[in-house]
Design a protein around this ligand. Structure first.
Ligand code: PLP
Length: 512
């Protein structure tokens, strides 16, 4: 029973003497993560009914009383959009009821409309009365690994408006939102150029193509990452050279990097894992000594900082992903490339668009790697809350840290962030013994968790190499587990997660 729409007649009594409990019931629902809606097409009807009530109560200024009550109501209810399909209901006996049903269906098939009009109650579901619903038990909603819904609820008006603008101007490829977003993002990161591209994977591909990396070349990287990093190195015909990670962070170990450099090395590609940058200063120093470019795979770290400089702007090229679940996520696939090198930026701009420098004139071989205008529209809206979300993620991470410190869990290593870094906290990843058992035990207790990543990349069937110099990466792949992490997490929820985790660890240890 998660979504409820208040029909105008019910909405109008909120704040009046008629139903004091309705107001607190709505707030309670909202607090638990249930959603209350007002249908925007009923706004004037709600106000009209509220004015009438205030007049009946003998209030001296019924209009301002009504406005005040509606403002109060919108603190616990969101506006549900009316779309054009809702208008095609005028031939029905009760067009408003039909429009409401139309709008309700768009939210969810179980969404209900709260009404006290007997003619609508006769229709049956989705129409229900307060009595039937008010007595239902409100339970905590399930815990989720990420919570994009909470973010969407907060940004709904802006998101819908931006999406509709794209729908109306119709420039779905390279529309004006793309350049606006690129400027916003370049400013945010503090580099001269940003290119919107189709995904984080394509960002890596385009960056390496621009650096003319190919067959016979070696690129040094970590084996402990999402597949894309190594996949793109191999796809363009180069050889990935695996160097091990730091046991405390999971990031490429700068102190072991130099021994991997040969005369075939053409680039170094560190990954900023779980939201934290690798030791980019040290990596840049080594790269400079050998005249190598550094490509940061910043797919998980957009918004993170290293010595107060933003991830993506720390090296020759920075590549990020706007996959929906990343710290800055679109509503589909999208990515970004960052650099302050004008020549490289120009080449990459051509590469992402079939190697064109003008229409139908192809100066090089490229790819279709453009970002969709619709994704740029979504990202511009989401960028407006990124910094506050990053602070929230930081608070959630600290709270996890503290809960784990108060009573340490046996066999658990919490995440570690180096002093010069601020993590974007894409994940809160701990290391534990008996990881797969604990993963299952948590799931049984209703706590989701994720394993980033169950295998090092050279062990994947697509590579199947036997490598002996990366024991710390292998240790990570056996012990890492990511707890639910998002900016909208309540501290009670975190307490539940840690309690369950501790129980699972204790019972496993006791059974041994
Ligand atoms: C997500 C991710 C990618 C790939 O990004 P897509 O946008 O999904 O292509 C690359 N590298 C790392 C480390 C990632 O986490």
């Amino acid at each position: 029973m998660s979504d409820v729409i208040l029909d105008a007649s019910v909405a109008a009594i909120v704040g009046s003497a008629k139903s004091p409990e309705l107001c607190s019931w709505l707030l309670k629902r909202q607090e638990l993560g249930y959603r209350n809606w007002l249908y925007v097409a009923q706004q004037s009807e709600i106000l009209r009914l509220m004015v009438k009530d205030a007049e009946d109560e003998g209030r001296s200024d019924p209009v301002s009383v009504a406005r005040h009550r509606l403002a109060l109501l919108t603190q616990s209810c969101m506006w549900l959009s009316a779309l054009s399909e809702d208008g095609d209901t005028f031939e029905h006996e009760d067009p408003v009821a039909e429009s409401l049903m139309c709008a309700a269906k768009r939210i969810h098939k179980e969404a209900r409309i709260l009404t006290d009009l007997s003619s609508r109650l006769e229709i049956g579901r989705p129409f229900v009365n307060i009595q039937s619903i008010g007595s239902e038990q409100l339970e905590n909603l399930p815990i989720t690994q990420v919570h994009l819904q909470a973010q969407q609820d907060q940004l709904r008006a802006g998101l819908e408006s931006r999406l509709h603008r794209v729908l109306h101007h119709g420039k779905f490829i390279q529309g004006p939102e793309i350049e606006d977003l690129e400027n916003d993002l370049a400013n945010y990161v503090g580099v001269d150029y940003c290119l919107g591209v189709s995904s984080g994977t394509d960002a890596l591909l385009i960056a390496m193509m621009a650096l003319e990396i190919g067959a016979g070349d070696e690129v040094i990287t970590t084996p402990f990452s999402f597949i894309s990093t190594v996949e793109m190195i191999a796809l363009i015909g180069a050889t990935p050279i695996f160097s091990d990670v730091v046991p405390r962070t999971g990031n490429l170990d700068a102190t072991r990097l130099e021994s991997a450099i040969t005369n075939k090395t053409r680039a170094i590609m560190p990954v900023s894992l779980y939201g934290q940058c690798a030791d980019m200063s040290k990596i840049n120093q080594i790269a400079q000594k050998y005249g190598l470019p550094v490509i940061e795979d910043a797919a998980q770290s957009f918004g993170a900082t290293h010595w107060d400089r933003k991830s993506c702007g720390l090296s020759t090229v920075g590549c990020t992903s706007f996959f929906p679940a990343k710290p800055l996520g679109a509503y589909g696939d999208a990515g970004g490339i960052f650099t302050s090198d004008p020549d490289l930026a120009g080449i990459m701009r051509e590469l992402r668009n079939h190697g064109q420098d003008r229409r139908y004139y192809h100066v090089r071989l490229g790819v279709n790697g453009r970002m969709d205008t619709i994704q740029a529209a979504v990202l511009r809206e989401k960028l407006s809350v990124l910094d506050s979300e990053l602070s929230q993620r930081e608070l959630v991470a600290r709270q996890y840290d503290e809960l784990l410190q108060i009573s340490p869990a046996p066999g658990l290593t919490p995440p570690f962030v180096r002093g010069e870094n601020r993590s974007a906290w894409a994940q809160y990843t701990v290391k534990i013994d008996n990881r797969d058992h604990i993963h299952r035990a948590l799931l049984d207790a209703g706590i989701p968790s994720a394993i980033h990543y169950p295998n090092v990349i050279f062990d994947q069937p697509a590579f199947c190499q036997s490598i002996s110099n990366c024991p710390d990466s292998i240790e990570f792949s056996r012990r890492a587990i990511s707890l639910p992490m998002h900016p909208y997490m309540e501290s009670e929820t975190q307490q539940r997660v840690i309690d369950c985790l501790r129980n699972a660890l204790r019972s496993k240890n006791a059974s041994e």
